[in-house]
Each structure stands twice: as C-alpha cells, then as structure tokens.
Design a protein around this ligand. Structure first.
Ligand code: NAG
Ligand code: NAG
Ligand code: NAG
Ligand code: NAG
Ligand code: NAG
Ligand code: NAG
Ligand code: NAG
Ligand code: NAG
Ligand code: NAG
Length: 832
C-alpha cells in the first residue's frame, strides 16, 4: 500500500465513521446482488457500501461499467471518486468478486447496480432557434396549425425534464386580445375564438409570437427556461359563403344544374348540406368537389327562397369550420294565369242608381310575383247578357276592376239580373270571369185599386162581429213579397166608430173587410167609406200615392129590434139590515134601443125580501132583512120591452146589508168537558170563549162578563181575559162531587149593548191521572135516576136476604143474640 493509498484509507475511514458505515445491513453486509441510487453531480466522491468477506476471501475485485469512477478497496469499501452524470450513464452495471490470497475468485462475481438519479442540471432548449408557420383565416379555434418543440436532457420522468410552453408575447396585439394559444404540454399552436373570428390577412398578414419553455413543470423557481420566436402568416380563408344564387323557376334546362361552389382550405374535406327546418322537398345536393346543384324544378309560387348550410368535415366527421350559409332565390317567370276572385262574383244594384255609380270592385289574383309585370292584371268587359234594354249598360275599369253603371239607370222590370263576362289578362295569359249583377227593386210603384168604387152594401146592424163583408183588391208592380209590394189597407173615411178592420192576404194582397165592433143603426146608418192602399216601405222620392190608391164604398146599416139594454151589468146598493119594510133600497135603469117602454121585474128573490117597481125600476124591501142570514143579497133584474117583440135582458142587483147589533153574545161551543178534580186541593179556574153573530167592529169583539146571580159570588168569580175569552174561578174548595151550572151574563160592545146569559156546566169529579174518571156512560158523581133506583133496590134485596137468613137461623138457634147478624149486615155500598 502506497502512502497515498493509506492516506485515502484514513480519509475514507473518517468518512465511514462519521456517516455510520460500520453497521450491518444498510451500509455494510455480505456480498450479494444489490442496487443503489446515487444522485448525479452533487458529491465529488462517496462511499456506497462496505462488503464483508469470510475467509478464505481476503480482498475484492470490481469489474463492469466503472467508467473509471467506481473503485473498491481490498477491505470491501465500494465508492466513487468523481461526481456522477446521469446524462452520460444513467445506470452502472458493476460486478464485485471476492478473492482469496492467491487471487482466485471465491465468491461472485455478484451484480451490483448503481442507478444515477437525475438532478435538474440541463436547460430546456428549443429544437429550432425560430419557427415559421401559417394559418387560414377563420380556422376552427383550438385546432393546431403548427408545433414548437424543445428538449431537455434531464429525466423526463421527473419534473426536471417536464416542459411547459407559454406564449409570452403576441405582436401586434390589438385591444389586448390574444389570437393565438399554445398547448402548454405539446407546444401545439392554435387560434383562440377571437383569433378565429377576427384574423384577417387584409388587415394584418403576419404575427410574431415569443414562446417560452420552462422545465420543472414551470412551477419551480429553479427551473430553466428558453424562448423562441414564431412567425405566423395569416392566409386568406377560401371557406367562404358564396354570393346568393338566383335561379328561374319552372326552368326547362336538364337537371341537375350546377349553381355554386364552396371549398375547404385544404383538399380532402367531406362536404354536406344541412337545413335548419326541413322543407317538404329539398331540391339541392353537393358533391365532393364542393359543387352545389339544384336537382328538381323549382316553383316560386310554392317556395321563393331557400336557405341552407354547407358543412365541411374531416375524415373523422368533425366539422372543420363554421357552416356556410347558402341562399337561393327563385326568380319569377310568368307561369300562372290570373285567377278569378271566385267562381262567380255577385253584385247588387238598386234600380234608381245614378249613371257612373260604382257597383262593385272585381279583384282577380295572379300567383306570380307581386308588383311585377307577371302579375299586373288588366280587365275588360267582353259580354253582357241579356242585352236589354241595350248592350253596354256596364263598364269595367281597366286596371282597378271596378264595375260601373255606364249608360242609364236600371229597371228590374227590364231584367232582374245581368250576367257579365270579364276578361282578366296578364302579360301572357287570359282568364274569363263571371259576374252577376242583381237588380234590387225599390218602392217606386204605388198600389192601384182594381176599381175605384165598391158600390153599395146593405147590412143588418146585428151582423156578427168578425164576419167578412167585402173583399177588396189592389196590385203593386214592385218586387213581390217585399215591403215595396205588400199592401196595407186602411179606412180613411166613414168609420169614425172603428167598426171595420181590413186584413191583407200576404200572397194575393186581397183585403178582407171585417166587422170589428157591432154596427149600430141607431148611431150611423150610412157609412160613406174610403179605403186607402199603402206599402209598409216608404216610396222613393218623387213617387206619391194618388187617387188610384183609394177606393170608395157605401155601407148601409138596417135597423133590427133589439132587447133593452141595462146601463150597467151589475147594480149595487147598501142598506142597514134593520131598515123598515117598504124602504127603497136601490134602483135600476135600462133603455130600449128602439125607444120602447120597459117593464122591470125581479128574478131569484129567494128570501122574498124585495120588490121592484115595474115602471121606475126602483127596488124596495118587503120583509125584515137579516145580515146574519145573507150579508150580500143577490137578485137578477129583468127589463122587458113593452110591445115590439117583448125582448128582455137581465142584470144583477147586489144589495149589501150593513150590520146592526141584533145578536146577543153566546158561547162559541157547547162546553161539556169543563171539570175540577174532586176533592179540590186549592181554588182553580177554567177558560171559556164567547162570540157574537153581529158584524164586529174592526177593533174586534169586546165582551163584558158577570155572574148570573148575586148568590154565586161567594163561590165563583168570573173575569174577562181579552175581548173573547174569560176565566171562571172557584173561591174555595168546598164543592160537592157533581155538576154545577153557572149562569154568566155577557154583554157586547154594541150601541146599545146587547146582553145574553149563558149557563156553563162545570163538573167536580174523581180524577185519574188528571182527567175525570168516568165509569162507562156516566158522568162522575151524577148517578142517573135508573142507576140510583137500581142501587137502592139492590141494597134492599141484600138486606132482605140477610134478614131472611137471620130469621131462619134465629129459628134454628134460639137464644143467640143479634150481634152476629148486625155485623153481618155491614156490607159496603156498591161503588158507583
Ligand atoms: C479515480 O480512480 C481512477 C482509477 O481507478 C484514477 O485513474 C483516477 O485518477 C482517480 N480520480 C481521482 C480524482 O482521484
Ligand atoms: C421534439 O423533438 C424531439 C427531438 O428532436 C423529438 O423526439 C420529438 O418527437 C419532438 N416532439 C414533437 C412534438 O414534435
Ligand atoms: C397547462 O394547461 C392546462 C390546460 O390548458 C392547465 O390546466 C395547466 O394549469 C397548465 N399548466 C401550467 C403550468 O400553466
Ligand atoms: C310551368 O309553366 C307552365 C307554363 O309556362 C305551366 O303550365 C306550369 O304549370 C308551370 N309549372 C309550375 C310548377 O309552375
Ligand atoms: C245567368 O247565369 C245563370 C247561371 O249561372 C243562369 O241561371 C241565369 O239564367 C243567367 N241569367 C241571364 C240573365 O242570362
Ligand atoms: C147606391 O146608393 C145611392 C143612394 O143611396 C144611389 O144613389 C146609388 O146609385 C147606389 N149605387 C149603386 C151602385 O146601386
Ligand atoms: C196614379 O199614378 C199611376 C202611376 O204611378 C198612374 O198610372 C195613374 O194614372 C195615376 N192615377 C191618377 C188618378 O192620377
Ligand atoms: C136611480 O139611480 C140613479 C143612479 O143609479 C140615480 O141617479 C137616480 O136618481 C135614481 N132614481 C131614483 C128615483 O132614485
Ligand atoms: C185571548 O186569550 C186566550 C186565552 O189566553 C187566548 O187563547 C186567545 O188567543 C186570546 N185572543 C186574542 C185575540 O188575544
């Protein structure tokens, strides 16, 4: 061992001691395959492990990838004498053998692996000092169009080799908007959303970016960085919506027709068409060159514009960019004839319409595009049927279609309807439309009577009401069944009494003259009647009813003998019921239309109370009248003509009798059930009611009550409760078990008052459950005479039998005393 070797040995030993390499296991041990991790760079030299060898081994040998750095001492101490470099060799594969004194291998070689652990001792570096790239305007945001790439020698499995890219600067930069973005892991550069929208080669054809790369994931203060410059050319986007296309409808060119093209910036894109809302037919297609075709004939009248979108996709079906809006306008050609507004247009016009008046406007329609010559319509009248009274009665304005009256006013009598044919034409087509003009009648005709005089008619005055006496007729030339031709008849003269009425037959306009009120010879016997015929509708100006609308008629009424007539059907009179006999109670009056004398008589005087003076009609009483029997006395009075046909008529005579106080008060009913229980425990009372047959004053009846005799006042008391009811009270309890008849005087409130005495039966009887106990058929305590006799006889019979028995026994048992028989005679009286 040289001095140097020994010196090193001391030095290593010191290290060995201070770092605790003496212990078995972690720092020293027997020879076996082992793996060690050692950081690169840091330590100039370091002991790794001490191998122990058992005899005969005395020394160790190291082989393998030592690179002149690893050494082993004879005592087994393995160390490196220079710092390691992972980038030079990341793993050293060594072999250690144990040798004996002769140098023969006694153990091993055993593989010892040294892994060199990375430290960040390398800067990232961009592969190129600067980059050139280009991007299409409107490229899809996020889709990379170029990459930058940096390398770092450090272990990519550790943060030391993990690189992060970042755009430090974009030049130019407007409004602080970044148009470019970089994927911080891959270095892929793409457009931002703004960049995709706003980049425009016309405004700015190139941009410069400064891109940095950092290792340590960019997170560490000790990370290394590098930067590079990236120049980007902005290229025009040829993926642009083409100009709107115009195609003529109803084209005869063979289909499909190429109409426009779209093109993606690079070849290889897949094209398709899309529609927002699917129309019923979609007559367009696109091929893989981006050419768009129309595939079916178009009809502007069905769809006049189409809007759809062209889409470019990559081979994975991902859209390459925004869809392009394709707009196709269908150009009109005059392929539609004018259409009539309806199969038949009907106008109406009044007879007296002025020349030049508009009758109606006729508007035909053309489906071709509005406000073009294709739909500009002209009108012409080509036919008028009928041509009465002449042709050319109408005209149609050439462009407005207004139908007017050309020549003269129309008359429905000439023709009620005109059929017109109107030719409507556009640039190329002609259509014929039908118009009917109906003439409306106006009330320009007056009713005319068939004759002006209906002659003389004689009628008896008793002609029945409702009978038709005459039929009159006028005619009206206006349109039938309208208010212009209907006729209303009225009587304008000769019927001031209103005896006649006239009904019109709606079909024939015949007027039926009827009797409405009885005719009366005595009032008027000759009626000079004038009939007037009129329309319900007013006449048009300038036309008036004249004498032809009136007719005359003479009605002669003849006399008929008529019965006398009472001035009233009911005569009423009122007298007091106590009027004296032969008092006049009323009168009746009748008159004979012919003025004959009248004789009066009565009928139905069932009580024989009245008589009538046959000449004057005065009525007298002949007997006492009684309101209580008949308050309203009704008889019939008869008036008979004296002479003539002795016709008679009747009326009613009602005589109301007024009350006088002539009825005494009385009990309202027969009181049989009034009773007190016997023996009475305390004085009691009963209530009874009285009435009076006289008419009562409106205040109601008022009665006063008193006992019938002074002697009763010690036992009874009577007192009124109200107008109709009174109370009868006992004054003590000493009453016998029998019926008492209590006389009570009652006076009414008439002037003068009338007094009556009633007898009120009151029974004292034994009570069972608060009701009078009555053995069948008898009142309690009132034995009938028969019953009393029966009881008496029975008692005597029993006594008789007992006496007989006693006498018989006394005969048999002499000497016995009478006591037993006396006891035997103690018989309870029969209970009644
Ligand atoms: C390390 O050891 C090798 C021989 O194994 C020697 O050549 C080299 O000079 C030594 N290096 C140092 C710095 O001692
Ligand atoms: C970056 O460059 C390295 C070395 O040239 C290469 O291995 C790697 O694939 C490149 N990465 C990219 C994303 O181009
Ligand atoms: C890298 O980008 C991702 C996603 O864009 C982001 O989540 C991550 O924070 C970024 N890393 C750094 C270091 O900026
Ligand atoms: C095309 O035009 C002809 C006449 O020009 C017409 O008869 C036909 O109806 C039209 N077709 C459509 C779909 O408009
Ligand atoms: C008008 O035409 C209708 C049929 O549409 C026919 O019934 C009528 O008689 C015609 N009128 C005239 C006046 O020709
Ligand atoms: C109607 O009677 C009048 C007189 O009462 C007489 O003058 C006239 O001639 C009579 N007319 C007819 C048509 O009998
Ligand atoms: C009444 O007028 C009609 C026409 O409206 C005419 O025919 C008739 O003669 C006139 N009658 C008289 C009495 O004037
Ligand atoms: C007959 O009664 C009327 C009222 O009905 C009366 O005016 C006329 O004086 C009365 N005549 C007599 C004689 O009472
Ligand atoms: C009078 O009194 C009796 C008994 O209290 C009662 O029943 C009756 O309704 C009364 N009558 C009138 C008119 O108050």
């Amino acid at each position: 061992m040289t001095t140097r070797a020994r010196l090193l040995g001391v030095c290593l030993l010191a290290l060995y001691l201070t770092t605790g390499y003496g212990q078995e296991g972690k720092f020293s041990g027997p020879l076996k395959p082992m793996t060690f991790s050692v950081f690169e760079g840091q330590e100039l030299s370091q002991i790794i492990f001490q191998f122990k060898a058992d005899p005969p081994a005395v020394t160790f040998k190291l082989t393998g990838e030592t690179d002149g750095i690893f050494q082993i001492q004879p005592d087994g101490l393995l160390y490196h004498n220079r710092s390691l470099d992972r980038e030079t060799r990341a793993v050293h594969r060594l072999q250690v053998s144990a040798l004996d004194a002769q140098g023969n291998t006694v153990e091993g070689p055993v593989p010892i692996t040294i892994e060199v652990k990375d430290i960040n001792d390398n800067r990232p570096m961009f592969v190129q000092p600067n980059y050139e790239g280009s991007v299409r305007q409107n490229s899809r945001p996020g889709k990379p169009f170029m990459y930058v790439n940096a390398t770092d020698l450090d272990d990519p499995a550790t943060p030391n080799g993990q690189l992060v890219y970042e755009i430090i600067m974009q030049l130019p930069r407007v409004n602080n908007v970044m148009y470019f973005q970089i994927n911080n892991k891959t270095g892929a550069i793409s457009l931002t959303l703004e960049g995709s929208r706003e980049l425009d080669p016309v405004k700015n054809p190139s941009y410069n970016l400064v891109v940095s790369v950092k290792d340590m994931g960019g997170q560490n203060d000790h990370s290394f960085s590098d930067s590079t410059s990236v120049n980007i050319m902005v290229k025009e986007n040829i993926w642009k919506a083409p100009e709107p296309v115009e195609i003529s409808e109803n084209s005869t060119s063979p289909l499909p027709i190429k109409i426009t093209q779209v093109q993606w910036n690079e070849p290889g894109a897949h094209y398709s068409l899309e529609v927002k809302e699917k129309p019923p037919t979609f007559p367009f297609s696109i091929d893989q060159e981006g050419y768009i075709y129309v595939t079916q004939p178009l009809d502007r009248e069905e769809t006049d514009t189409y809007v759809f979108y062209a889409v470019a996709k990559d081979e994975y079906g991902k859209p390459l960019a925004f869809p392009l809006r394709i707009s196709v306008k269908v150009k009109d050609v005059n392929d539609n004839p004018p259409a009539c507004p309806s199969a038949l247009t009907v106008f109406e016009v009044q007879e007296n319409e002025q020349i030049g008046s508009s009758i109606g406007t006729f508007t035909a329609h053309d489906m071709d595009e509005e406000n073009t010559v294709n739909s500009l319509l002209g009108y012409r009248l080509v036919d008028q049927t009928p041509t009465v009274p002449r042709d050319g009665l109408f005209l149609v304005e050439a462009y407005s279609g207004t139908v007017k009256l050309a020549e003269q006013s129309l008359r429905k009598r000439d023709a009620p309807q005109y059929n017109l044919t109107v030719e409507v034409s556009d640039k190329d087509f002609k259509t014929f439309c039908h118009v009917h003009v109906n003439i409306i009648d106006t009330n320009d005709q007056i009713p005319i009577f068939e004759k002006s005089d209906y002659g003389n008619l004689t009628l008896a005055e008793d002609t029945a009401v409702g009978s038709t006496i005459l039929t009159i007729q006028a005619t009206d030339a206006d349109e039938p069944h309208t208010g212009s031709s209907k006729i209303l008849y009225r009587v304008t003269q000769g019927d001031s009494e209103g005896c006649l009425e006239i009904d019109t037959d709606p079909q024939t306009n015949a007027g039926y003259v009827k009797v409405k009120k009885p005719l009366d010879f005595e009032t008027v016997h000759i009626h000079n009647i004038v009939f007037q015929a009129e329309n319900p509708e007013p006449l048009v100006p300038g036309v008036q009813y004249n004498a032809s609308s009136a007719a005359t008629f003479r009605l002669i009424v003849t006399d008929v003998d008529e019965a006398p007539q009472f001035l009233q059907q009911v005569f009423q009179a009122k007298v007091s019921e106590n009027v004296a006999r032969d008092t006049k109670v009323g009168n009746v009056t009748a008159k004979d239309p012919e003025g004959l004398d009248i004789s009066y008589s009565l009928r139905g005087d069932k009580r024989g109370w009245l008589k009538i003076d046959p000449v004057t009609g005065e009525i007298f009483s002949v007997a006492p009248l009684d309101r209580e029997a008949e308050s309203l006395y009704q008889v019939q009075v008869v008036a008979t003509e004296v002479g003539g046909s002795s016709l008679s008529s009747t009326a009613q005579f009602h005589l109301t009798l007024m009350d006088v106080n002539d009825s005494p008060p009385r009990l309202v009913k027969e009181y049989t059930g009034l009773f007190f229980c016997h023996p009475p425990k305390a004085p009691g009372s009963l209530i009874f009611e009285v009435t009076d047959d006289d008419q009562q004053s409106f205040l109601g009846p008022r009665f006063r009550f008193a006992l019938g005799s002074e002697s009763l006042q010690s036992d009874w008391e009577v007192s009124g409760i109200n107008g109709t009811h009174a109370r009868l009270s006992t004054k003590h309890t000493n009453f016998e078990e029998r019926v008492y008849y209590i006389p009570i005087r009652i006076s009414d409130s008439g002037r003068p008052p009338l007094e009556g005495t009633v007898s009120l039966p009151v029974t004292f009887c034994k009570c069972v459950e608060e009701t009078c106990f009555k053995p069948a058929g008898h009142l309690p305590g009132i034995p009938t005479v028969g019953l009393a006799v029966g009881i008496l006889l029975t008692t005597f019979l029993v006594i008789g039998i007992i006496l007989a028995v006693v006498f018989i026994r006394m005969k048999r048992n002499k000497g016995q005393n009478n006591a037993g028989s006396a006891r035997a005679s103690e018989v309870k009286p029969l209970r009644s």
